[in-house]
Design a protein around this ligand. Sequence first.
Ligand SMILES: Cc1cc2nc3c(=O)[nH]c(=O)nc-3n(C[C@H](O)[C@H](O)[C@H](O)COP(=O)(O)OP(=O)(O)OC[C@H]3O[C@@H](n4cnc5c(N)ncnc54)[C@H](O)[C@@H]3O)c2cc1C
Length: 261
Amino acid sequence: MLSVGTPAEIRADVVIAADGTEAQFARRAGLDTTVPLREMMSCAQYLITDIDIDAGSTDFYLGNEVAPEGYLWVFPKGERTANVGIGISGRKSRDGTRAKDYLDRFVAKNFPDGKTIECIAGGVPVCRPLPCTVGDGLMVVGDAARVVDPLTGGGIGNAMFTGRLAARVASECISAGNCSKEALMPYDAGWRASRMGKFLERNYKVKEYFVTLDDRKLNTLADSIANISLKEFSVSALIKELIKRNPKMLFELKSLKDALS
Ligand SMILES: Cc1cc2nc3c(=O)[nH]c(=O)nc-3n(C[C@H](O)[C@H](O)[C@H](O)COP(=O)(O)OP(=O)(O)OC[C@H]3O[C@@H](n4cnc5c(N)ncnc54)[C@H](O)[C@@H]3O)c2cc1C
């Protein structure tokens, strides 16, 4: 048995790098896993209890005063308990304006009597996925592969999806006795062609559009959908509704896409 801190050599036909945001394994294997500072969301979250919330709704707060180039969330975890968290762009993080500073101010104002029972912090990459997520004997999944939804910062589902697909392809390649980059490529091609892969690309463009908006424009967009009643809430349904009510947005998105490409 290995004890912590004891170096050991372990050999495997395939390594699935699932080491999260830091992506050290893929980096050491030669992949460029750099995330631009502006696309590394600095996040902090408290689990707060004994607070007055609407347990049936999730609240998002946008705006440069509240969460520059990111958002603040209140996700209910029960009748009087919620995850209250924030993500701000790494480039906006300074002494006095760190994610935790914004969060503390919000909590002091909105939940002064709440009890914080857990605190987590971390970085969430909202850049485009790695250009290639396989190498000889290597597959990269989850945050390490940068497959977080760039718009919402949600990465749990995508990490599970890519992890499962990688395991399937790895198992086939091990059985076939070929774990070369080429043989492992169906994993990379598979997630890119999937619904998740398509959403990542679309949501990246929408995110790049949103970070250009000032608070006035954000308020206008939010007001435009204030009274909508969606049969089923999803990011896709929300984007469709936003575009329907603000057709100019489609044009602005397109010109942004042209400017970025
Ligand atoms: C504050 C905050 C709130 C979030 N909220 C949500 C949310 O509500 N919904 C959502 O979908 N996503 C959320 N996310 C994002 C989500 O946490 C990640 O996208 C998701 O956990 C990625 O899963 P992963 O398995 O790729 O990486 P991780 O969950 O980061 O797991 C990587 C694991 O590898 C381990 N590891 C790293 N290096 C080594 C090493 N050298 N040796 C051994 N082990 C190693 C780490 O300790 C860790 O356990 C949030 C993130 C943060 C920071």
